[in-house]
Design a binder for this molecule. Sequence first.
Ligand code: G3I
Length: 383
Amino acid sequence: MKTPPHFAEAEFGTMPSRRSALALAAAAVTGALVPAAAGEDDLSLSEAAAEKGLLFGAAVNSHLLEVPDYTEAVRRDSNVIVPEYELKRRDVEPRQGIFRFYGADRILQFAIGNKMSMRGHTLVWHESLPDWLSERLQSKPEEKLLTDYVGYLCKRYRGSIGSWDVVNEAVAPEQGRPDGLRATSPWLQAFGPGYLGTSFHAARDADPNALLVYNDYGVYASSPWHEARRRAVLNLCEKLVSEGAPIDAVGIQGHLRAYGRKIDEGGLSRFVSNLTGMGLRILVTEMDVQDTGGARSVLQRDQDVAAIAGQFLDVVLDNPKAIAVLTWGVSDLHSYLSVAPETRWPDGQLSRGLPLDREYRRKPLWYAIRRSLVSAPKRGGQR
Ligand code: G3I
């Protein structure tokens, strides 16, 4: 099966700007909910996305695909899914040469059965490495530890996984390298900056059609930290493109904070334009909204979460080369936000950073996402 048409190169026409729609979108989620446009009311998120030539979906867990409410929610709103952890190296190759694909294959089977695209996350990351690999990268680094693994997975899922996060989170300007790369990355320490191009070439050699993505976080807000990360990601991509590495797109993770830094609309818009100016496409790969530090009132928190997500999506989707939006989970019942020490509520209450609540009911965030999808400029015809 060739790469699903969704991820194929698409022709993009010139798109009208949507700044006026930003005001509308903001009004839509800050209390004065704008009534849904005619016919909009029954659109699911995947339908709203598809009408604009976009993909919309979520990260899923294989063990939850046995839960009817969960699978119904995924089916209703997704036309693309990605394993939250089943394709991470610690889960795939817990011991050298011993591979476990059950979870990822279960998700692939669900995607095929429901005519969805599937993303692969992630081939080369400094986290979620099995202990044996961390040790080998330090003691006896051989490039085949990188290239054989990337090649094996891309070959195994060729024609099934349409888009891979080939390298994840490779920048960390705060660590002081002039190139802004993550100095503590075991891959960088073992092989130098060349590991980035090597990873993309290994993926392309094994799969001629998949969309190859560089994925990262912390590029949306007004702060020196976010600005430095935007610069580092641009440097990384400029270098890969100039060296002829087969990078196709950049994934903006989109882990937002309702009560953190504000969205830097200009900075984010320029960042996206600079990337698409290199011929790269854009995906929002892991969107959710941390709501700790927020109002006690759930109603207010939900509105604040919806407002920042709508604002973020309006800026990114204003660029016609943004092709997909995925949230990092389906409902608040299963969100890493409520588990991770750095994002969970101290009193143990559930975070409300995903489109559906713990009962799989739509929240203002769900409607804000749909407003952004509905108001996004239509993408050009798909080849
Ligand atoms: O599967 C094991 C289970 O068998 C074991 O009993 C349990 C107890 O330790 O751990 C389970 O694995 C956990 C896995 O999630 C599945 O739940 C790992 O400990 C835990 O570290 C892992 O956390 C994931 C994290 O990435 C690290 O891989 C989160 O679910 C996942 O949401 C998070 O996602 C990352 C993206 O990949 C990259 N961008 C940031 C994002 C959020 O941190």
